[in-house]
Design a protein around this ligand. Structure first.
Ligand code: TMP
Length: 204
């Protein structure tokens, strides 16, 4: 049996991440490998309730950071760890890199506070592989305008989105063995070919 992977998907809002989730789902289904798709904030009953608050209520940035980690703690304890222990690959639409990008990069929360919460909640759990969907913010903001009603993060000023993109790219540079940056301006098929190649390589 292959060792299950813990995969996270990241990117600024409007980077096109959602388009590729179904492709990744189909990839694992076709290979006959057990997998579980989930998301943050959310992924559990409690986490989904916290998600509603987090995406729609204004709050202090540190409060927001701690609520993200409260939702994450529940997610890890009741979903992520048990699934990985059962040999099931977990694919999470966002994880802790999003907290570094949005709460530290976007809102100025001290990254050291996030380090503390991370070590408390995650211990040694980290994604094996992170796909970062990267696009210039002029494009991501334009894409957001064409979609559903925007949440509080999506409604932020362009400078906020730019800080998040920069923070994500910095993280990708710091952890090159874990991150795969995908150019979200490329054709959907080209991005999916790249995802397939990376997954094939990881799964041997
Ligand atoms: P999404 O599911 O559409 O990506 O929306 C989730 C939003 O929550 C997105 O704007 C990013 C934000 N977010 C944070 O600010 N910090 C976090 O730690 C996570 C997981 C998400």
């Amino acid at each position: 049996m292959n060792k299950p992977l813990f995969i996270s998907l990241e990117g600024v809002d409007g980077a096109g991440k959602t388009t590729h989730i179904h492709f990744i789902e189909d990839y694992f289904r076709t290979k006959g490998l057990p997998f579980y798709m989930t998301r943050e904030p959310g992924g559990t009953d409690l986490g989904e309730k916290l998600r509603l608050l987090l995406l729609h209520e204004e709050m202090d940035a540190l409060t927001e950071t701690m609520l993200m980690f409260a939702a994450r703690c529940e997610h890890i304890q009741t979903i992520i760890k048990p699934k990985l222990d059962q040999g099931i690959t977990v694919v999470s639409d966002r994880f802790t890199d999003a907290t570094y990008a949005y709460q530290a990069g976007g809102k100025g929360v001290d990254a050291r506070s996030i380090d503390v919460l991370k070590s408390l909640v995650q211990k040694d759990l980290d994604p094996d592989l992170t796909f970062l969907f990267d696009v210039p913010v002029e494009i991501s903001i334009e894409r957001l305008k064409d979609t559903r009603t925007m949440d509080k993060f999506e409604r932020e000023e362009p400078i906020f989105h730019q800080s998040i993109r920069n923070a994500y790219l910095d993280l990708a540079q710091s952890f090159p063995q874990r991150f795969h940056v995908l150019n979200g301006t490329h054709a959907i098929e080209a991005i999916q070919d790249e995802i397939k190649l990376i997954l094939d390589r990881r799964l041997g």
